[in-house]
Ligand binder design. Structure first.
Ligand code: DON
Length: 337
């Protein structure tokens, strides 16, 4: 009798403990260990080359290597050059797309920009010509410039405040523009100006293509570090709610759509290969950053400037792949019961 009631009390206590303690997606010790192992393994890797079509990017130290991981319950792990600021570049396309979904709904992105991979490089004019500006996605330059043009506002400043606000809320701190990169890209972005004008000619940008291209250039120049990017990825992993500030930045219902576009087109021509190897929705930038999202578990980011032929950071891809494998991050990997 006594034994039975003690057993029942024990079971009740275990049940209470399970209900009270938050589900630990990934332990801090495991995350720290995985980050350190990946950093140690790949810090000596000398493959790839900095982007140089934006002159300011060619000058960044190729040895920088930082990794951040934030779990959905707000645990932060970092290793390497995590305080080093760099320009977000194409990773910004994810968050401007989120801003448009947030204020105008997902159909504007689905029908007004497209959600299909182009099978072409990120700044392809052939891709625009193929369907007269349609059948794009928000993560390649033509679709991204069109997406920026969809952010509502009476003035450029009003639009910019929303774009920067979305990025900052996801990072959990006020972000700023890297003035040197913005100037360098503004001086050399004639191809993007042409793409903006072409999208205007085909009616995918309704008004003021020069403003859209300029604001797009500015968003690509936002300064972040690897920890900021990990927090932004973790906000997506956590259903649109920043896991540290607890602000619901993006409506939960939009997150699956954002992740779907990242899975399809986040690493450009190598998106299929990346998904095959990791299963993670991700996005790269020519500044050397990559974010990846393990839904319901963690957001991860790595920064290392040298890129491969597809324009994706070599070390960042390898580090994220290794860490995610160690932490069981692949969402396309169901376990048999
Ligand atoms: O428009 C551009 O070319 C750059 N601001 C961004 C390109 C980019 O990051 C592509 N990433 N892999």
């Amino acid at each position: 009798m006594l034994k039975n009631s003690m057993l029942r009390m024990g079971l009740l206590a275990a049940l209470m403990a399970a209900l009270i303690s938050p589900v630990q997606a990934v332990s801090k010790a495991d995350a720290d260990k995985a980050l350190k192992a990946a950093h140690d393994t790949y810090k000596g890797l000398k493959e790839g080359k900095n982007a140089d079509y934006i002159p300011a990017l060619a000058k960044v130290n190729s040895n920088f290597f930082g990794i951040g991981l934030v779990t959905v319950d707000g645990q932060v792990s970092t290793v390497g050059d995590v305080d080093q600021l760099f320009s977000i570049q194409s990773i910004s396309k994810v968050f401007t797309m989120a801003q448009v979904m947030q204020e105008s709904g997902v159909d504007v992105v689905l029908n007004g920009v497209g959600v299909d991979a182009t099978g072409q490089v990120f700044n392809s004019i052939v891709a625009v010509e193929q369907f007269r500006g349609k059948e794009m996605n928000a993560l390649v330059n033509p679709g991204a410039i069109a997406t920026t043009s969809l952010v509502k506002g009476k003035t450029a400043d009003e639009v910019w405040a929303k774009i920067l606000g979305m990025h900052s809320d996801c990072a959990g701190r006020p972000l700023e523009v890297n003035a040197e990169v913005y100037k360098s890209e503004s001086d050399t972005n004639q191809r993007n100006q042409a793409i903006g004008m072409l999208m205007y000619a085909y009616g995918l940008i309704k008004d003021n293509p020069a403003q859209a291209t300029d604001l797009y250039t500015r968003q690509c120049s936002i300064n972040v570090n690897a920890k900021d990017l990990a927090m932004m990825a973790a906000t997506l992993a956590n259903g649109g709610k920043n896991p540290v500030t607890k602000k619901q930045v993006i409506d939960q219902k939009h997150v699956a759509k954002i992740l779907a576009v990242m899975a399809t087109a986040g690493l450009y021509d190598d998106s299929g290969k990346w998904l095959f190897l990791t299963g993670l929705p991700a996005k790269s930038g020519v500044g050397g950053g990559i974010i990846a999202v393990s839904p319901g578990k963690f957001g991860i980011a790595a920064f290392s400037p040298p890129l491969d032929a597809a324009g994706n950071s070599v070390r960042a891809q390898k580090a994220i792949t290794m860490i995610s494998e160690k932490l069981d991050g692949n969402p396309l990997n169901p376990k048999a019961k």
